[in-house]
Design a protein around this ligand. Structure first.
Ligand SMILES: [Zn+2]
Ligand SMILES: [Zn+2]
Length: 190
């Protein structure tokens, strides 16, 4: 039986879990298997997920290395807490590494985008528009992230955001920023 120290909350895991998890993530090159973000320099933001939900089933076929953002989007993981700073860091790394991600197919785009914007994605694809960048951080002159777009086409400065605050800031930074509903209407007219 696994021994547990008082106050520890990892009773569901096997005692060798930390070692297995680290070895597995190393084997994946510390990249998220969903969105491909490379977290070699931020390994704490990369989790090892049990696909079947059984935390003692550590066969590699049951494991998946996921960044905390993609991990949170797995079924019954909605309560997982992701700090805003960590989310911003992941967004920034995805952008910095996007040279590798360029040419992401529509299927991958759907995987990493919030389900709330899938309607817009479907319409864009049906209208043969180029795939957007998912999760685009708008930065001010000092490189501070001031707003976040769910979807962005930087060449035309067209973007879709969910929060009203992000929309306002994006617009004041020269973006044609649309809410989900506005984007659907605008695309439909073209
Ligand atoms: Zn990810
Ligand atoms: Zn998980």
């Amino acid at each position: 039986m696994p021994k547990r120290k008082a106050g520890e909350d990892d009773g569901d895991y096997t005692t060798d879990w930390l070692v297995i998890s680290k070895q597995y993530r190393a084997k994946q090159g510390f990249k998220c298997e969903f969105c491909s973000v490379d977290l070699s320099n931020h390994t704490r933001l990369l989790h090892t997920h049990h696909k079947n939900g059984v935390k003692t089933d550590n066969h590699y076929s049951n494991l998946q290395a996921l960044c905390i953002d993609c991990h949170k989007k797995q079924p019954s993981h909605g309560k997982m807490f992701v700090r805003h700073e960590d989310m911003q860091l992941i967004t920034r790394l995805r952008q910095e590494q996007k040279k590798d991600n360029q040419g992401l197919g529509w299927d991958n785009i759907f995987n990493i985008a919030d389900t709330g914007v899938h309607g817009v994605l479907h319409l864009c694809r049906s209208k043969n528009r180029p795939p957007p960048i998912v999760g685009y951080a708008i930065q001010d002159a000092n490189g501070i992230v001031v707003a976040q777009l769910e979807l962005a086409w930087p060449s035309t400065k067209f973007g879709v955001a969910i929060s009203v605050n992000d929309l306002e800031i994006a617009r004041s930074n020269g973006w044609k920023a649309f809410s989900m509903m506005e984007a659907l209407e605008a695309l439909d007219r073209r």
